[in-house]
Design a protein around this ligand. Structure first.
Ligand code: IPM
Ligand code: MG
Length: 354
């Protein structure tokens, strides 16, 4: 298992260090794990003047899987756009063709009170958002800021999806649904956007190959509402890049702690980049208070999706459940009566539970 480790910025290095402890524990159990480090994001800019340096690209391309912390920091906010940390993230997604982004929103029974919604609305919640990650208005050309004949300036972007892009992510969606509750809700804005009309047409066509999966369609505004009204109606949500960006942030908060949510971004051969859903949280970096569980759970997703080790994935997930049951909490998920621990102590506890 060749794993490229990209700690990134902010809390990235601290949380990745805990996930690496988990990988090292698995290695001492006999798994053949090779770890190699490189820079991404602001760390790439600082080390090599590029948020996605060539050395990082080379390592990531050669690896079976990539473990990423997070990117971004205040000191990079004023850089020209190509140098900003987020560009590193977008380029690694595109460069590795990681088109299928899995973002689970799972409520742990131990943390049901952490949600801003009533506990009965979210207890037992288990949604998988599948976000297309390498197309849409994120990458569509042309884009820019232009001056029209009238002299007025105008900003523009292009939303587009080609048939093959929709088809391949739809297949992933139906396959995930088959392994879960067999319900797929495709989210679009087909009442307004041609891109979405086309999306809906292709998803409906692909559905014919999956008679066991119940397909529904929903407009994105309604989906945003339904997610806070009755989130348990969803099993798998399939959507494009920009709608998925927005809905996955919304869904993460249903669980109460974005610090708990892992993600996987997969190519067509199950190579993947694994990262927590949360950002680099520069305000708490270096203080040993960040929650490492989303990153550790990302390692579980890596074992499941890239290395087809469902048993090890479950073992990691069970270890995380166990530390929650023991009452250990980082600040973001702390409640009275629990034991507050730091990043490192939380990592150690997971390794012990493992
Ligand atoms: C995410 C983030 C990124 C995105 C940013 C940092 C470019 O919001 O992974 O959801 O918009 O995809
Ligand atoms: Mg986002």
């Amino acid at each position: 298992m060749k794993i490229a480790v990209l700690p990134g910025d902010g809390i990235g290095p601290e949380i990745v260090a805990q996930a690496v402890k988990v990988l090292e524990a698995l290695r001492s159990d006999g798994l053949k794990i090779e770890l190699e480090y490189a820079h991404l994001g602001g760390a790439g800019y600082d080390a090599a003047g590029d948020p996605f340096p060539p050395a990082t690209e080379k390592l990531a391309l050669a690896a079976d899987a990539v473990l990423l912390g997070a990117v971004g920091g205040y000191q990079y906010d004023t850089l020209p756009r190509p140098m900003r940390p987020e560009q590193g993230l977008l380029r690694i997604r595109k460069g590795l063709e990681l088109f299928a982004n899995l973002r689970p929103a799972l409520v742990y029974p131990e943390l049901a009170n952490a949600s801003s919604l009533k506990p009965e609305l979210v207890a037992g919640l288990d949604i998988m958002i599948l976000r297309e990650l390498t197309g849409d208005i994120y990458f569509g050309q042309p884009r820019g800021i232009r001056t029209m004949d009238s002299g007025e300036r105008q900003g523009f972007d292009t939303m587009l999806y080609s048939e093959s892009e929709i088809r391949r992510v739809a297949h992933v969606g139906f396959q995930i649904a088959l392994k879960r509750g067999k319900k797929l809700c495709s989210v679009d804005k087909a009442n307004v956007l041609d891109t979405s009309m086309f999306w809906r047409e292709i998803v409906t066509e692909v559905a014919k190959e999956y008679p066991l999966v119940a397909l529904s369609h929903m407009y994105v505004d309604n989906a945003a509402m339904q997610l806070v009204r009755a989130p348990k109606q969803f099993d798998v949500i399939l959507t494009g890049n920009i709608f998925g960006d927005i809905l996955s942030d919304e869904a993460s908060m249903l669980t109460g702690s974005i610090g708990m949510l892992p993600s996987a971004s997969l190519d067509a051969h199950n190579k993947g980049l694994y990262e927590p859903c949360h950002g680099s949280a520069p305000d708490i970096a270096g203080k040993d208070i960040a929650n490492p569980l989303a990153t550790i759970l990302s390692v579980a997703m890596m074992m499941r999706h890239t290395f087809a080790h469902e048993d090890i994935a479950r073992r990691i997930e069970a270890a995380v459940r166990k530390v929650l049951q023991q009452g250990l909490r980082t600040g973001d998920i702390y409640e009275a009566g629990m034991q507050k621990v730091g990043t490192i102590a939380m990592g150690d506890a997971v390794v012990a539970a493992l």
